[in-house]
Design a protein around this ligand. Structure first.
Ligand code: ADP
Ligand code: MG
Length: 475
């Protein structure tokens, strides 16, 4: 295989601390030189923007007992490096230095050292920014850009409206409401919008935060009787993005405040962008007026990635990392890990780390071994689709009857059983299940679930059917 460490004649120039008698890497210059090579590898691996922001500003401090110590200029930088790049740094440092089991990032203490004094910058070409602006966008992931987002059928609408919103000088859709299941790219798209506006229209004041943070700040403002400045802070932005708004479901006073902030901004012609795990109408625990208000602008959903998109994402990420993974292996992963993109990425990262470390060809067998736990978890999850097929087969009806409006008993009964099984075997809500049964209302699903529950009590045949189907589906 072509590992990224091949054909690098330099990689053995620094003594391995394992070798008896060899000088340990104590020489500061050698250490720095080696560290430079590690950072160049990181640069290829994670891309220019992320590298400039997070890796380049690091400096190397020492290598002792298998621990490579690096210094960062701020706690933000340290956290980011630890949370996102620690594994790669370890693998790449191990390849360069030999004996590195651990990479530690400290905050630089001593003044007067050769350290970048400014906090990491995200882009070089952007004009100088006020600290206040950096604060508004703190926590944006440099990898979450439009360029890094792979588009396919399931997410093309969300991608298109996100781009439109980011590019538009004026308010495009208000609010823009993005929704979809966990790990499907909502946060990625939101960050991408923020990055884009930040670069293309640096004068527009963009604020991104999770609904959880919003609530946290609100509660703090209440506690310190400082709601005025809280309000001002939010109402002075041009673009407000709130991620995972479902978090404030059931939190009444936060919702109330959010509603007012939201209205004030929209009425003033500022752009509001919201994400959630459900559509506005399905957000349980949200006040009716807020739900309806959230649905006024553009609502775009991200569907679970289909096989093609999953494969596309895997190919793009492997290519970015410049790690050669056989097509067969990528196809295998795309087939077997269907849950969400985050898990897909996790699986790929594991395979890539392995490839870098052992340098042996990756095969389907070794992949299956490495991913055994993920593959098991993935096959345990049950889809409504699978339930409908299984139930239809059991009762000898066509799958299409699951979506039809026919009410004949021999059709309606199996359909109800399928709805019931969907409720107990998946984590979907009533409205979501209704939608997958030909767009039925959530009350229909609730009724079906109750009906089957009571049949199970009174009708042994149904009880047996349900039991059998349940065990067939759970394996
Ligand atoms: P969500 O916010 O919907 O839970 P995220 O935006 O955090 O999901 O996405 C999870 C991970 O999957 C992130 O690392 C993200 O970059 C990646 N991801 C999701 N969709 C795509 C895509 N279409 N192309 C590339 N990466 C994606
Ligand atoms: Mg998210």
């Amino acid at each position: 295989m072509t590992g990224i460490f091949d054909n690098d004649p330099q990689s053995n120039t620094v003594n391995n601390t394992d070798t008896p008698g060899a000088a340990a890497v104590s020489d500061a210059e050698a250490l720095t030189a080696s560290w430079q090579r590690v950072t160049q590898r990181m640069r290829k691996d994670i891309g220019e923007a992320a590298w400039r922001s997070w890796i380049k500003p690091l400096s190397v401090s020492r290598l002792e007992d298998g621990t490579l110590t690096l210094e960062a200029s701020s706690s933000l930088a340290r956290e980011r490096v630890n949370s996102q790049f620690a594994d790669r740094l370890r693998v790449m440092s191990a390849a360069e230095f030999g004996n590195v089991q651990q990479v530690e990032v400290r905050i630089a203490r001593a003044a007067g050292r050769k350290l970048p004094s400014a906090p990491p910058r995200i882009t070089d070409n952007a004009p100088a920014r006020s600290p206040e602006k950096d604060e508004l966008l703190a926590g944006l992931d440099p990898r979450y850009t439009f360029a890094n987002f792979v588009v396919g059928k399931p997410n093309e609408l969300a991608f298109a409206v996100a781009r439109r919103t980011a590019e538009s000088e004026t308010v495009a859709f208000n609010p823009l409401f993005l929704y979809g299941g966990v790990g499907l790219g909502k946060t990625h798209l939101m960050h991408a919008i923020a990055w884009h506006i930040r670069e293309q229209a640096p004068n527009r004041k963009v604020m991104y935060l999770s609904a959880e943070k919003f609530m946290y700040r609100f509660v703090r403002a209440l506690r310190f009787r400082d709601t005025m400045s809280f309000k001002e802070q939010f109402r002075s932005v041009d673009v407000l993005m709130i991620d995972d708004v479902q978090f404030i479901s059931g939190k009444d006073s936060t919702q109330e405040e959010f509603f007012h902030t939201f209205n004030a901004l929209v009425e003033d012609g500022r752009q509001v962008i919201i994400s959630a795990d459900k559509s506005p109408t399905d957000l349980e625990g949200m006040e009716e007026r807020l739900r309806s208000r959230l649905g006024w602008g553009m609502v775009a959903d991200i569907h679970p990635a289909d096989y093609e998109l999953r494969l596309g994402i895997l190919q793009a990420k492997a290519e970015q990392a410049q790690i050669n993974i056989p097509d067969k292996v990528l196809e295998f992963i795309a087939h077997r890990i269907a849950s969400n993109v985050r898990e897909l990425e996790g699986a790929l990262n594991r395979i890539m780390a392995h490839a870098m470390l052992v340098g042996r060809e990756i095969t389907i067998d070794s992949t299956a071994d490495l991913l055994a736990d993920l593959l098991r978890a993935s096959s345990r999850r049950i889809s409504v689709d699978a339930i409908q097929k299984r139930v239809a087969a059991h009762y000898g009806i066509r799958v299409s009857e699951m979506f039809s409006t026919r009410r004949a008993r021999d059709i309606a009964r199996p359909r109800q059983v399928a709805m019931y099984l969907s409720k107990i075997l998946t984590s979907l809500s009533y409205p979501e299940i209704g939608r997958q049964f030909g767009g039925r209302d959530h009350t229909t699903v609730m009724h079906a679930v109750r009906a089957v529950e009571s049949h199970i009590e009174t009708n042994p045949q149904i009880a047996e059917d349900v039991q059998l189907l349940k065990s067939l589906l759970s394996n």
